[in-house]
Structures are given as C-alpha cells and as structure tokens.
Design a protein around this ligand. Structure first.
Ligand SMILES: [Fe+2]
Length: 264
C-alpha cells in the first residue's frame, strides 16, 4: 500500500461526494457536514496511528479506512433525510455495498480490502465481534476512536450553544428531556449504552459519556480528557445528585487509566 492509492481515493471521494451537493439547503448542509467530518477523521486516525508507531503502509490503510468509513452517509441522507440508522438503514453496511458496486477498491490487494471492509462494517457496531481477525481488529479500533473524537467535538460544541447550529440534525435535539433510570444505572456500573435503550435527549448524552468505556487507545483517551469533552457533556446535563455521581465516576475513571499505547 502506498500513498498514490490514498491520493487516488481522496480524488474519488471528493468527486463522489460532490455528486450529492444539492440546491436543497438541508441536504447540502448535511452532505457537507459529513464530508468535513470525514476529512477530520482522516486527520484524527493519522494522529492516533502515528502515536502507536504504525508504519507508512499501515498509516495509508488507516487513512483510507477513515476516508471511506462513512461513505454510506451521503446516500442515507439523500434517501431518508436522517443520519439515524434506527430510522433508516445501517450506514456502514450501505457503505460497504456502495464500495463493492462502484468497484472503488479494485487497486487494493485482497487482504487490505478485507481489513478495510471489516473496519467499515464494524465501525458503528455496539460490540466488535470477538472472532474478528486480528488485523481487522486494529483498524476497527482505530476508526472507532478517530470517529468518536470528531463526533464528541461536534456534539460538545452543539451542547454548549445549540442556537449556533440551527440546521444540525442530531438525535439529541429531537427527544424529550430527562433521563431513564436504567441508562443512568448502566453508566454508573461501567456499561456501554446501546442506542436501542435511549429514550430521551439526556439518555443520549449519557450514551455519549458511556463511550468512555469504549476508547481503545491512550492517545484518544488523553485527547478527550485534555479537551474537557466529558466535563462539557456533564455540564449540559441537569445538576442533580445522580449526575454528580456520574461526574465522580468519570473523574475516577479518567484518573485511573494506564498510560500505555493500547488500553486493554
Ligand atoms: Fe464517522
């Protein structure tokens, strides 16, 4: 794998995405949002990969994984006007289908192609399958961390000043306030929250906080901590005894994490 394939795929990506630009301002806004997100995830994955000491070829594959991980989002939004997989279809599987149909990956060797498709397929799954091949596992973990870094950045900015993002469709805005006891107790017990259990906008914020249990690499963990994302999400939740317990749990958890490359 060399840089020329990455460059070729960047050109393919921008050409593919520009085909979804629209005179409809809502569609155009969301297509460009995901395009910009994708490019930031490319940069995030390279930072994580460099911190881990990956070689040039691995960094190229990591960048391609980031570039193509959300390729299904454009068709999803055009067709369903939502980024909610629950309300439409699984964007990861949609993306894998698009890459196969468009024969985008014909210049890649079979092994790398399989790793890439596994990482895309599993980037949004609740739990990574335990029987996943070890190389696919590395790239799946990389994309999950790189993606979360950018999603947290977007959401935290939104939580701080929702009025600044009037066009942003995030699940958080469209639900009732308040939090569910089950979701609260799951977070306090160190469990990752499943989207299917989310009933309110504050449940969704607690789900974002539960990502703390699903971060794979030290670099990502430190970056989230240094940017203060967890505290900012907590600040956007009601100031109750329950939420203060969550805050304490997060503080304890961030204080205890080991400083190794990969968090077990
Ligand atoms: Fe993404």
């Amino acid at each position: 794998m060399d840089k020329s394939i990455v460059e070729h795929l960047h050109l393919w990506f921008s050409n593919y995405v520009s085909g979804y630009y629209s005179n409809d301002s809502d569609i155009d806004f969301h297509i460009k949002l995901k395009e910009a997100h994708t490019l930031r995830v490319c940069s995030n994955i390279l930072s994580i990969g460099q911190d881990l000491g990956l070689n040039e070829s691995e960094l190229c594959l990591a960048e391609i994984t980031a570039l193509l991980h959300d390729i299904g989002r454009f068709e999803q939004y055009k067709k369903h006007r939502t980024f909610s997989d629950r309300k439409s279809q699984n964007h990861a599987l949609l993306g894998v289908g698009i890459l196969e149909n468009e024969e985008v990956l014909v210049n890649m060797d079979m092994k790398e192609r399989n790793i890439l498709l596994d990482a895309i397929r599993f980037h949004n799954i609740f739990r990574i399958p335990i029987d996943i091949d070890s190389e696919s596992l590395l790239f799946t973990k990389l994309i999950r961390d790189a993606d979360k870094l950018d999603i947290l950045d977007i959401l935290v900015n939104y939580y701080e000043s929702p009025e600044a993002y009037p066009n942003l469709s995030v699940g958080e805005a469209s639900m009732n306030p308040g939090y569910s006891q089950q979701v609260l107790s799951d977070v306090l017990n160190g469990k990752l929250i499943d989207y299917n259990n989310v009933k309110t906008s504050d449940d969704m914020k607690l789900l974002r906080l539960s990502w703390i249990f699903d971060i794979n690499f030290r670099y990502t963990f430190e970056c989230i901590k240094n940017k203060g994302y967890w505290e900012k999400i907590i600040k956007s939740l009601p100031n109750t005894e329950d939420i203060r317990k969550v805050q304490k749990m997060i503080l304890d958890y961030t204080g205890k994490k080991p400083h190794s490359g990969s968090i077990p």
